[in-house]
Write a protein that binds this ligand. Structure first.
Ligand code: GDP
Ligand code: MN
Length: 401
């Protein structure tokens, strides 16, 4: 689950990290009022930032400065409702604009290959890190945190020095360790600060001082760990979830989209994995992982079918049900119902064994479904159907009938 910048920043603040204050505004009037508060508090400019779950908002025109409450309202009016990479902006962050001296990059990610938290830092902040990784990979400093001991002080100091943050060592060490603490506290798989910035502050007496602060924040939480953090689920932005992910979550289905052409509908995670392996062995590529779970009723099966068919690349479907708690006839009814609502005519191969398999067979035969006796047979038939769809004159991938 991706968090909006403002929510991500709240988590950083809870972990004691230095983040300049902000307000969230949903309307032009709220933005004007927030800007007025920042100006009254002494800001000479405010920054208005689109709250959408995509990177590169700055480049897309979603981050703007304003010098008066009126200008802030104008800018907020332009940003609210803006489309950034397919996402509509529904709220903005309003804060006193920082005077940036230099921008850095610092992130913590879950390194699955190493099974540890990986810290990545760079003096080339503000720009997209993927670009830095491609053009100057040596400009990214990496340190792994120990699973038991966390990020050790000497590692954090090393990282800070190599990033060129020697003059802000204490703050940089605290922030690096704070990112690891944030990863652990919320089961995050990414905590990214870009830019981590040295900002200049002018005190009421005219003296200036420089501070290292988190000016942007991106946090993603491991969905499977949300049960451990009841409050976090409320931060989910249903608007910005991929439609198929939302439908899957609401229907209680475990669905992961893949790159192939054969849609798979299976009950049980283990059987779903096996089915995908057999599709590959038969020469095909699965379009998804989909576990409809135990005891799925007809409506759940129909939802699963809609999900599979929402992927235009799918040109054949393999249904593999081992009826235990799940009743074969319920699945068959679901398939028949789903086909009735289906907008695309995609060949389907169905294998149902176990509970009420005989009743299922009768229903499926009456409805003229193609069935298979064994799983190997089903995989072979699905792969053949997909090939025929790709090479045959009758249909090409993505054909809508
Ligand atoms: P992103 O483009 O979605 O990553 O959004 P960011 O929050 O990182 O903002 C993009 C850029 O806007 C930053 O790299 C800064 O250069 C600039 N920016 C953001 N906040 C401020 C601010 O408070 N003051 C100034 N002067 N620039 C800012
Ligand atoms: Mn950024």
């Amino acid at each position: 689950m991706k968090l909006q910048e403002a929510d991500a920043k709240s988590l950083l603040v809870e972990q004691g990290l230095p983040v300049p204050g902000w307000d969230v505004a949903h309307t032009v009037d709220e933005a004007r009022a927030a800007a007025e508060r920042w100006f009254t508090a002494g800001a000479d400019k405010v920054v208005i930032k689109a709250q959408v779950l995509v990177g590169g908002r700055g480049k897309a025109g979603g981050v703007k400065l304003a010098s008066t409450p009126e200008e802030a309202a104008e800018v907020a009016g332009a940003i609210l409702g803006m489309d950034i990479k397919g996402m509509t902006v529904r709220k903005v962050l309003v804060a006193a604009a920082a005077e940036i001296v230099k921008e850095y990059y610092l992130s913590a990610v879950l390194d699955r290959a190493d099974r540890r938290i990986l810290l990545m830092g760079s003096a080339e902040g503000g720009v997209e890190i993927e670009q830095v990784a491609e053009e100057h990979p040596e400009a990214i400093i990496r340190r792994h945190a120990d699973p038991l001991l966390g990020l050790l002080d000497f590692q954090a100091r090393d990282l800070a020095f190599e990033m060129g943050l020697g003059a802000h060592l204490k703050a940089a060490v605290a922030i690096a360790k704070g990112l690891v603490a944030t990863m652990r506290a919320y089961d995050a798989d990414l905590v990214e600060i870009n830019p981590l910035a040295i900002v200049r502050e002018i005190g009421p007496d005219g003296t200036t001082n420089e501070q290292l602060v988190c000016l942007d924040a991106k946090v993603t939480i491991d969905d499977s760990a949300l049960g451990r953090h009841p409050g976090l689920e409320d931060l989910r932005d249903p608007d910005e979830e991929a439609p198929e992910d939302r439908e899957a979550r609401e229907a209680g289905l475990t669905f992961i989209k893949l790159d192939g052409t054969i849609g798979c509908m299976v009950n049980g995670a283990g059987l779903a994995m096996t089915t995908m392996d057999l599709v590959k062995r038969a020469g095909g590529e699965p379009a998804n992982f989909l576990d409809i779970g135990g005891g799925a009723r007809a409506d759940k099966v129909a939802a699963a079918m809609r999900l599979i068919l929402s992927d235009p690349k799918v040109d054949a479907i393999l249904v593999n049900i081992f009826g235990g708690i799940t009743r074969g006839d319920e699945v068959a009814k679901g398939l028949i119902e789903a086909r009735g609502q289906q907008v695309r005519d995609v060949p389907m191969v169905v294998r149902v064994v176990g509970t009420n398999a005989a009743e299922a067979a009768v229903l499926l035969e009456e409805a003229h479904f193609q069935t298979a006796a064994s799983l190997d047979d089903a995989a072979a038939k699905a792969v053949a159907a997909s090939r025929a769809a790709q090479t045959g004159p009758a249909a090409s991938p993505g054909t809508v009938s």
